[in-house]
Design a protein around this ligand. Sequence first.
Ligand code: TXE
Length: 504
Amino acid sequence: MVTTLRTQGPARPAETFPTLNPATSEVIATFGIFGEDDVAAAVERAHRAASWWADLSWKERRTRLLAWKSYLTRYIGRLAELVHTETGKPLADAELEILLAIVHIDWAARNARKVLGPRRVRSGLVAINQAATLEYQPLGVVGVIGPWNYPVFTPMGSIAYALAAGNAVVFKPSELTPAVADWLVQSFAEVVPEQPVLQLITGDGRTGEFLARSAVSKIAFTGSAATAKKVMAACAENLTPIVAECGGKDALIVAADADLDAAADAAAWGALSNAGQTCVGVERVYVADGVYHSFLEKLIDRMSQVRPGDDREADYGPMTLPGQVDVVERHIADALARGGRAVVGGLASIRKPFVGPVILTEVPEESRAVTEETFGPTVTVAPVADLDEGVRLANASRYGLGSAVFARNKKAGMAAARSLRSGMTAVNSVISFAGVPSLPFGGSGDSGFGRIHGADGLREFARPKSITRQRMKPMVNLTSFSRTDQDMRKLLTLATMLHGRRYK
Ligand code: TXE
């Protein structure tokens, strides 16, 4: 048992909390709870660090971020071990998560200047005498409120992009994974020792709320829709903008011509990996009638072979958030009470803190297991007439985060992908969009709004700045009291020529 009292930040924390190994309940470390003044002090320090960081050149920031990426890559073993201990997920899954985060730091660092740097834009005929420049400036200090399910990958979607855009970051990780966050922040300080450009504040929801009410320029939140609403309410006080990455109820649709082995394999992994605690995990599967039974057989076969545990051979770990087990149990019980059938596992799969794989069929669409985020290793499978009906049922959700389609016909697969009302869709795979750093990631409805990753993710943490510079005197000075009626007539003639043509 390792017990460390982290006193970084609040000099004498009034309260502390332990972080536990969810598989064994062993205490890993103890952290201080940041109070309102501690949070305000961290944000103030961050503003000073932000000025320094923003004054560096694009190249200087890029070099430092790439140095951080390289550090994480070299010490991936140590960080993965910590992720494994604090979340319970298998070591290889922890490594995969960190690798994905590394890919995002790399992309954000290398693309920040191209996406955000100054560029000339066309000024148009009316303003032809003006040189027009667009650039994206840093916001200042970004407060990142993180989750526990992917404690490296998920917050990094905000942290790396906010830093690359020239902001300082104050990071409030989930109270379940402060040790991983502490490691990340310390590793950044190793490569950027000059200023506290990335700071850690620890604590529970109260500390998060202090951050939302503080002098930050933006909040990047990942967590539940219910908490996102509270964060927005707190941010409303100072009109602080927010990007919200909330949960999902992702559907996977299987077309009649799909490769059923590939679809079943992907559905099993999408539903069960990380014990189903993935915002873009597969929670619902809709299968074309004609192949429903063969698909189900293959899925049953695959999911029956998967086993949770905390040994090195286990396929996935325990539920990280203890209360989540009760949610999973309620969803299974509700589905069964409404006439659903468990064809793999069932209520007996729940052996706290572990939950074995569960497949539910014949579950009415209004059941909790279909409408609410389960965030566990369970999946509902239902037959549909065709891709269109699959899309309709998939879209009948208040969430809209990710989705997947399996179809051999490329045109049909792409058409279904476009009709799915989710921020991201994978065709013939699952979750692959998360590993493509140039693709924005985010949802709509109860899944939140705004985007991390990609060019949109960089712009999310920047403020557009438009500049016009007069290059020569205008032929007609429109913004002067010396403007004459004749000038206006000339302008209207020009406008009629340019814009007045009838369109049929
Ligand atoms: O989330 P919370 P929890 C979903 C998933 C899960 C549920 C609850 O369904 O079962 O959310 O998980 C901080 N002001 N997801 O309890 O409460 C909190 O300290 C400011 C999906 O972990 O949303 C933590 O750092 N901050 C999700 C963060 O918010 C507050 C990943 C998330 O906590 C706060 C995680 C407040 N009032 C859970 N209250 C995904 N998108 O992947 C809490 N926090």
